[in-house]
Design a protein around this ligand. Structure first.
Ligand SMILES: Nc1nc2c(c(=O)[nH]1)N[C@H]1C(S)=C(S)[C@@H](COP(=O)(O)OP(=O)(O)OC[C@H]3O[C@@H](n4cnc5c(N)ncnc54)[C@H](O)[C@@H]3O)O[C@H]1N2
Ligand code: MOO
Length: 396
């Protein structure tokens, strides 16, 4: 048997092949959920642009009492300069008037006409109290967003606040998904007794679609060279082709042969993970082909560990791999052999247990899981309460 790659080796080799999308400028308001910044961005402005009040109340100068001489509103600063014994009304986000160095919040003030004093029992606020100093958030010229960062809602807000109406992002890769097997019925309502409904194509597409918008479905296709060749002809224009099934060693596992006929070159095959051992990667010019094993859970896990990171890398992600969290096991876990295991887990956020079945075809157990428990190759048995690395699945 050919030597198996470790997960890290296989991921590194795959990510090195990622077909980077071309860079385009997109209005910040129109950037889809899963895009990554291409190139560092500097702030084009300073935030806050001046010393601003953090509270509603009075901008005061000197010790009280104070005479109210005007107002500073957010967007409409007070034009004058305060002298000791003077104050202005001030609202949250408004410029501190010249001469004022602190804010007395209105709850702590007593007002009599234009005269403001400390409410009974209140002390004079210390200097700079409730003042947000100019530039404390970011200053013009500083890097605010690094290349490859995911542009989530907070990053989009920061882009706008720092003066960017448009950002550089990469075009998503065009993805085709091809699942194959003679036993697969396209329509679950018309599934004869010898068949099973095809479910991998839809599952894989559903995992990838949030990242790229649309995915071309080319299956299910029978285990037949002509049918596979016909389907592959429709994958000419894709950047990434994901296949599912036929990756193993059976007589009807034709995918590798069909891919070779199509002009693809095998990059590597077989990774020391469970499930997912027969994972295969090939290239065809700039195109990358990821062959996922057909068992539904194997397809899911390898899509999570390989296909999704590849797509993130193609989108320009600085960190395309999923990040584990360390969660106490809610039960004892057995030792692990030479294949690193990704157990389907159920976690309440405090502990994690295995789902009811770890069979690589068990969809009911997969659908009940909300995480994968990462058990390293040759791990010793662990006890209930020991922390184990876990990948939560909410983002596919
Ligand atoms: N002698 C050996 N047999 C197997 C080995 C091995 O090393 N030696 N590896 C096993 C492992 S591990 C896996 S994983 C599977 C992977 O096999 P394939 O990628 O060739 O997948 P298929 O044989 O086509 O299908 C496996 C299983 O999954 C069902 N399936 C396939 N496609 C779909 C789909 N689109 N929707 C729903 N279900 C699907 C299929 O009916 C089979 O039951 O090989 C082991 N065998
Ligand atoms: O590796 Mo297979 O994916 O165990 O079922």
């Amino acid at each position: 048997m050919a030597a198996m790659l470790t997960l890290e080796e296989a991921q590194e080799r795959l990510l090195a092949l990622a077909p980077l999308g071309t860079v385009e400028q997109v209005a910040v308001d129109e950037i889809p959920p899963w895009r990554y910044l291409a190139g560092d961005r500097q702030a084009l402005r300073t935030q806050p642009p001046a010393n601003l009040s953090a509270m509603d109340g009075y901008a005061i100068c000197g010790a009280g009492p104070w005479r109210k001489v005007g107002e500073s509103r957010a967007g409409t600063p007070f034009a004058g300069t305060l002298e000791p014994g003077q104050c202005t009304r001030i609202s949250t986000g408004a410029h501190m008037p010249r001469g004022a160095d602190r804010v007395l919040i209105q709850e702590n003030a007593a007002l009599d006409g234009d005269h403001v004093r400390l409410a009974d029992g209140e002390a004079l606020p210390e200097p700079q109290r409730h003042v947000r100093p100019r530039g404390f958030d970011f200053t013009e010229g500083g890097i605010v967003l690094a290349s490859g960062v995911r542009l989530g809602p907070a990053q989009l807000a920061l882009a706008l606040a720092s003066g960017h109406g448009r950002l550089s992002v990469r075009r998503p890769p065009r993805i085709a998904v091809l699942d194959s097997g003679d036993e697969l019925a396209r329509d679950p309502a018309e599934c004869g007794p010898d068949l099973i409904p095809a479910s991998n194509g839809a599952m894989i597409s559903a995992m990838l679609r949030p990242l790229v918008g649309e995915v071309t479905r080319l299956g299910p296709v029978p285990d037949d060279e002509a049918a596979l060749a016909q389907a592959l002809a429709k994958a000419e224009d894709c950047d990434i082709l994901i296949t599912s099934g036929g990756a193993s060693v059976g007589d009807h596992d034709l995918i590798q042969h069909a891919l070779t006929e199509w002009g693809a070159d095998l990059a590597f095959w077989k990774v020391a993970i469970k499930p997912g051992k027969p994972l295969m990667v090939a290239t065809r010019g700039e195109q990358v082909i990821v062959g996922l094993p057909g068992n539904p859970v194997s397809s899911f896990v390898t899509c999570f560990l390989f296909a999704l990171p590849l797509v993130r890398a193609a989108l320009g992600a600085a960190d395309p791999l999923p990040l584990p969290q360390h969660v106490p096991a809610g039960e004892d876990l057995p030792e692990v052999g030479l294949r690193r295991e990704f157990l389907r887990g159920v976690s309440d956020g405090k502990t994690v247990r295995r789902a009811s079945s770890q069979d690589s075809s068990a969809l009911l157990a997969l659908a009940s899981a909300n995480c994968l428990i990462d058990r390293g190759a040759y791990s010793a048995a662990t006890s209930k309460g020991d922390k184990v690395p876990v990948y939560y699945l909410q983002n596919g």
